[in-house]
Structure formats: structure tokens, C-alpha cells
Design a protein around this ligand. Structure first.
Ligand SMILES: [Zn+2]
Length: 310
């Protein structure tokens, strides 16, 4: 049986999957992203997946990619990967074809290949994780370019929140796992009341987005407000995407998608208030059906796609 190895390198986790031509995950492995020796550790783990029938290795990496050369030009969330010639290293090491894509683009391809996007011609995928990624399927094909929706400016004032890209007021500084945590910490520092004050044995600087999600489910007002605010800002961003691309659907995925019920109402309200009605009235806003790992599945799918073109 032909298989491909798909690897999703995000700001929080590295996911490796061995995937069949039908998109079934046959084997998988996840470990936290640690900025030391990423390439070496991924190579060591990939070696365990190499078996007869593997036709290639696909990467989805959070950052700006030179896909012709297979080089990570800049990865704001994973500094250890800047300027890494990923394709060259892995082609040499494993003597297999290697495809390198941006992680959200790989995710978008996975959605078109076997996911929620299968029946849509044009759609935007947004991945809510440590940062905010975006990918575009336009008229059935993956847009092979940077789709840095996270750095769309939604607040031009000097009060705009700082972003990892060095600018301020970017959507990602309002809508991402990091943004949620930073916002909660700021409010706690200002004296806000929340059960999160006691999390991490009183050292709330160690908080993760999962803590905020859990306390929101427990009814903590501050946590619930943060998710509603996240939905509102994401809705502002999505309204612009609808006005620009006139998609059939917007598909949301990523590590924070479990919190869907906590933000979707505000998100929809904002989208339909702001986007032009003839463009927004038929747009479906959908949750990914992938439980996890669409990035690694999509990266493997890109390997099959590239192999079929040769
Ligand atoms: Zn930015």
C-alpha cells in the first residue's frame, strides 16, 4: 500500500502521521514543540515511520515558506526554524521526495481533500492555535502563497495590541491562544476577579488557553468574556475575508476549536453586520470535522498530489 508521511509543525505541537492514499491515518505521533534541535528530533521520529510503500514526506510548518526551494524563511512562533532548508535536509536523509508548505495551507488542502471543504469550490480555512493561520482554496485549487490573515490589521491606533510579527493591532494579537492568555493575564494584573487567579498554584503567568477554556465552561465570567471578545474580533476579520474573496464557506479548525460554542454567536453577529450582504448571505461558517491533525493529513495529501503530477 502507498503511504505518505505528513508532519505538522505548529507553535505548540509537532504531529507526525502516516497516511494512506484515501487519507486514513494509519499511525501517528505527537510531541510538544521545543525550540531546540527541532529538525534533528523530527528526523529521528520520521525514521520510525519509514517503511516500504512510503512515497514521500510532506511538511506543514507555521511560517513563511519558500516552497520552490523548500526553505522556511521566517517562523515567528518557532524561532529555531528560521532559514532552515527543510526539503534539502530531509531529501538527503531519507532519499524520498519532500514537500514543504505553510501549516494552514496544508490544513486547507486537507479540508479540500477529505474534510469539511470537499464539496466547496472556494473557501478560507482559519486555524486557531498558538497563533492564527489562514489558507485559501480558490476554485478548487490551493492558493500557494502566504495567506497571513493573522497579520491583517484590525486596530490601527497606538492602543493596538503588540503582535509577534513586530507590528501592532494585528488580528492574531486578538484571536489566538497566545492572545487569550495575554489578555487574561493583563486583566488579572489590573485586578479583575476570576478563578483563574488561583490557577497554576497561584502563578497565573503559567496559564495556558486550556485553563481559560476550562474555567469558561465552569462559568467564570472573565473567561467567558474573553471568548466572546475573541469571537467578535474573529468576526471582524472574517467579514473582510468574505468581502475580498467571496467564498462559499469559512472553515474553522485548530487546537482551540473545542471552544466553538463559547464564541460562535458573537462571531456570526459581527460577520453579518459587517460583510456586504450579497457576498455574506450564502456563506457557510463551519467547524472542521477533523478531530485533530488535519495539518499532517493535508501535508501527506500534498505528497500524493505532487507525486501524481510527475
Ligand atoms: Zn502581526
Amino acid at each position: 500500500m502507498k503511504t505518505a508521511i505528513g508532519i505538522d509543525i505548529g507553535g505548540t505541537n509537532i504531529k507526525i502521521a502516516c497516511v494512506s492514499e484515501k487519507g486514513e491515518v494509519l499511525e501517528k505521533f505527537t510531541e510538544p514543540t521545543n525550540s531546540n534541535d527541532i529538525i534533528q528530533r523530527v528526523a529521528d521520529n520520521v525514521r520510525k515511520f519509514i517503511k516500504p510503500g512510503v512515497v514521500g514526506i510532506g511538511f506543514g510548518i507555521a511560517g513563511i515558506i519558500d516552497r520552490k526551494r523548500g526553505v522556511v524563511l521566517e517562523s515567528p512562533n518557532i524561532a529555531g526554524l528560521n532559514n532552515s532548508p527543510v526539503r534539502e535536509i530531509f531529501e538527503k536523509e531519507f532519499s524520498l521526495p519532500v514537500v514543504v508548505e505553510n501549516d494552514a495551507n496544508a490544513y486547507a488542502y486537507g479540508e479540500k481533500w477529505i474534510g469539511t471543504g470537499r464539496d466547496f469550490n472556494t473557501f478560507v480555512v482559519l486555524t486557531l492555535g498558538t497563533g492564527l493561520g489562514g489558507g485559501l482554496i480558490y476554485k478548487g485549487e490551493l492558493f500557494e502563497g502566504p495567506m497571513e490573515v493573522g497579520h491583517m490589521v484590525i486596530n490601527p491606533d497606538s492602543s493596538g495590541r503588540f503582535c509577534t510579527c513586530g507590528s501592532f493591532g494585528c488580528l492574531e494579537a486578538y484571536v489566538s491562544g497566545r492572545a487569550i492568555v495575554n489578555r487574561v493575564i493583563t486583566l488579572l494584573e489590573e485586578g479583575a476577579k476570576s478563578i483563574l487567579r488561583d490557577c497554576c498554584e497561584g502563578n497565573f503567568y503559567k496559564m495556558t488557553p486550556e485553563h481559560v477554556y476550562k474555567t469558561a465552561l465552569e462559568g467564570d465570567n472573565l473567561s467567558r468574556d474573553i471568548f466572546r471578545e475573541t469571537g467578535r474580533y474573529l468576526g471582524i476579520g472574517i467579514a473582510s475575508l468574505i468581502n475580498i474573496f467571496s467564498p462559499d464557506a469559512i472553515i474553522l479548525g485548530g487546537g482551540l476549536i473545542g471552544s466553538w460554542d463559547l464564541f460562535i454567536e458573537e462571531l456570526r453577529t459581527e460577520v453579518f453586520k459587517r460583510a456586504l450582504e450579497p457576498l455574506s448571505q450564502n456563506v457557510e461558517i463551519l467547524k472542521t470535522t477533523f478531530q485533530e491533525g488535519s495539518g499532517s493529513i493535508g501535508a501527506a495529501g500534498l505528497v500524493f498530489k505532487t507525486a501524481s503530477k510527475k
